[in-house]
Design a protein around this ligand. Sequence first.
Ligand SMILES: Cc1ncc(COP(=O)(O)O)c(C=O)c1O
Length: 442
Amino acid sequence: MSNDYTKPSIVKVGNPLYAKHGSSAQSYHFVRDAIEGVKISDLVAQYGSPLFVFSERSLRLKYQQAFKAMQRYYPNLVFGWSYKTNYLNGICQVFHQEGAIAEVVSQFEYEKARSLGIPGNQIIFNGPHKPEGILRRALLEGAQVHADHFYEIEDAEKIAKENGSPITIGIRINLDSGIYPLWSRFGFNLESGQAWAAIRRIAESPHLRFGGVHCHIGTFIMDPTAYSRAIQKLSKLIREAESLVGYNIEYIDLGGGFPSMSQLKGVYQPPEVAISSVEDYAESIGKELQWLASRKPAPKLCFELGRHLVDEAGYLITQVVADKALPDGRRAYVLDAGVNLLYTSTWYKYKIELDRDVPGMMEPSILNGPLCMNIDVVDEAILLPRLPRFQNLILSPVGAYNVTQSMQFIEYRPNIVMIGENKSISLLRRKEGLEDLNRLEG
Ligand SMILES: Cc1ncc(COP(=O)(O)O)c(C=O)c1O
């Protein structure tokens, strides 16, 4: 196996026939024969296809860049790793090693974080469904719990009463930050007065203590100033809440939402042009938070970045298993991976690379997955040279949400590996087999 790092390269394929694609009378496809210096062919030989591959270097780099950018503006900074974005143990551990606490949204995720050795007081607990048992455990273990609705405040009050000492709880808030459609179904709405009612409900309970506010304005937020607008509204609310309860809040949690470098369908510009840098986000946020940053001590500022940290670290290697000429003139390829493994294909147009230069005329092509279902389309319009059977394709970025939302539907889910900083390969999750699935049945 070669240890040389091979830079991805763009190969010119002279073909004036489909010159619409690209700015000159040439067409292009991308060639990448290695990930982090490990040959695609070696990965496939050892772990099969399809295969998810993660880069440890990329995970650490993205984390450090984002943390450093925010740290310039705020002293008391905490990153909670958004488990739902990718909760493979090996991925969570990398972020925990970098200093992230855990951000979870369900009983399963809470238990997973605890099983990874994360203490309760290093866990942020969000989500609209926190059954009483897990809510009790989280509150008594000192987790930072954000109530999503009034029943949860009632449950927390009951738990605190039984426990005999007051319990700290915060609330999730939704608001209009100029991002539409509004994410108004999570937490308490600010503009309607519901968030204020929730704060008062907590403040008036002898068993509860108000801890702080959480607001996740949405995902893939391409406008950094949306955070400024959200913070302006939250700042007013925080001032009012502090004068109601008579003390300073412990934290403000701004959720996640920074975009990754994925190409969104319907966005014409490439991500390198359309996406602002993490420093731009940090600046928009930091400027609005100066009044809290200058407090001694400053309340905690939490982030729960997901896709921004993990998306580019993930690749999916897949192979051509068949090809057909469609009546509309397109060439249709069947790949061994489809929407079963690529939940994000609904929104993203992936970068598609071949692991070698394939000569030949470029043809309008469609990439389908292996599901016996018409919806299984990975890319409906791509120019490719005629690909042979077993040709490897590398899709990226796929590190966010695809693994956690993958479907076990008519296929086994594949091996997932991570290439370490020293180029060693570790198996993060082995391929499923019949025995794994049968074990759950009677
Ligand atoms: C509460 C909460 N925090 C963080 C995230 C991570 O979001 P993103 O991947 O957009 O950063 C999500 C995702 O929807 C979320 O619901």
